[in-house]
Design a protein around this ligand. Structure first.
Ligand SMILES: *Cc1c(COP(=O)(O)O)cnc(C)c1O
Length: 376
């Protein structure tokens, strides 16, 4: 069994996908070109945001946002500890200081009470200038943007939505990638909408930031192609990936997002009496980048993983080491970066196979093995 069955997806999309790929190959417009504009327009329209700038990865997308805001040494950026490394890595790449915020044990997303505490503590310490909040839509569920926005406004902070896993999620009628002052996503193959390699995008309604990001992602280009006006990066999306993403977005809109939600609902129905199943707050809609259960402790988790593995069922631990425990961040003060819920989750979470093409038979097998493991 596959954790995320991209082969199955390709077999369903094959005819249209092969044609889209061959068209780009035949066109010889491999870098930039019309496919990029078409893709950016389609993604901006889906999200409901004015500008989409395609780039080379979700990590670059985050970095480009911080560059547009000139995040620099002396700045504090608040980020959840329970996330993928890139969410925090980009802060340090800009020479700024990450301040780790704990997460909510039900939603896995930024705990707004701890956010408030960490901001106030940073101000009181007086060494860093609070600049921005990076809120992550972990496992596909949008963060609590109503509260995060209120806190950001109170302290005059920018909100950066890391929707690398969140594309397709919603709060009410508002879509993920539209909640931040700038929002970003990733098209890494295993994300809710993935390409066939690395890719990412930045979303914003702000014309000035969009122009800056457009410049930064192509060597700090100015209006004269060979007069570069700032130091930038080489972070374009390939035209091939743009063509692939247009086919993927169509399937995502037509049925994949709905189908993956059916798979998640079925897991919850079958497992909620056995393990702690993921919580989707009222009015929220997830894109289920992961379906993550919680078990009592690490020993139980290891045994459960082994039982599933013995039946050819892959599982994953997202994430075994929270950011405040990463070796690369050991230079930060551990006292001001405590995140006990993240520590607990690192030992108790387990992500199960999930994707729009998971069959009911495979899902029943997974659920039965988990039930047997817990004698229920
Ligand atoms: C995958 C991911 C990223 C980075 O995306 P890449 O395209 O792999 O660079 C950033 N943040 C989160 C939360 C992610 O899951």
């Amino acid at each position: 069994m596959q954790f995320r069955d991209l082969k199955k997806q390709y077999s369903v999309l094959k005819d249209e996908m092969d044609q889209a790929i061959l068209d780009v190959v035949a066109s010889s417009a491999y870098v930039m070109g019309p496919k990029i504009k078409e893709m950016e327009n389609a993604f901006a329209e889906y999200v409901g945001v004015k500008h989409c700038i395609a780039c080379n990865s979700g990590t670059d997308a985050l970095l480009l946002a911080l560059k547009a805001w000139d995040v620099k040494p002396g700045d504090a950026v608040f980020v959840p500890s329970f996330t993928f490394f890139a969410s925090a890595e980009v802060i340090a790449m800009q020479g700024a200081t990450p301040v780790f915020v704990d997460v909510d044990s039900e939603t896995f997303n930024m705990d707004v009470r701890d956010l408030l505490y960490k901001i106030e503590h940073t101000i009181k310490a007086g060494e860093l200038k609070p600049k921005a909040i990076i809120a992550v839509d972990l496992f596909g569920l949008p963060a609590d943007f109503k509260m995060i926005r209120a806190i950001a406004d109170r302290f005059h902070l920018y909100v950066l939505e890391d929707a690398a896993q969140g594309f397709g999620g919603r709060i009410g009628e508002h879509k993920a990638c539209a909640f931040g002052d700038i929002s970003t996503t990733s098209f890494f193959p295993a994300k809710p909408v993935g390409c066939y390699g690395d890719g990412g995008a930045v979303f914003t309604n702000n014309d000035e930031w969009a122009a800056l990001i457009d410049s930064f992602h192509i060597h700090g280009k100015g209006s004269d192609r060979y007069d570069n006006v700032r130091i930038g990066m080489n972070s374009r999306l390939d035209s091939l990936q743009a063509a692939i993403l247009l086919v993927k977005l169509k399937a995502f809109k037509a049925y994949e997002l709905e189908d993956v939600n059916k798979v998640a609902a079925r897991y919850t129905e079958k497992l909620h009496d056995v393990v702690k199943t993921p919580v989707v707050p009222k009015g929220f809609y997830s894109s289920w980048a992961q379906y993550t259960i919680q078990v009592p402790n690490k020993e139980v988790r290891t045994k459960l993983q082994e039982a599933l593995k013995a039946n050819d069922i892959p599982t994953a631990i997202y994430y075994p080491i929270p950011m405040h425990r990463q070796t690369a961040f050991s230079y930060l003060d551990p006292k001001t970066n405590q995140c006990p819920v993240s520590d607990h989750l690192a030992d108790t979470v387990l992500s199960l196979p999930i994707h729009p093409y998971l069959s009911e038979e495979d899902q029943d097998l997974i659920c039965n093995i988990i039930k047997i493991a817990f004698n229920s």
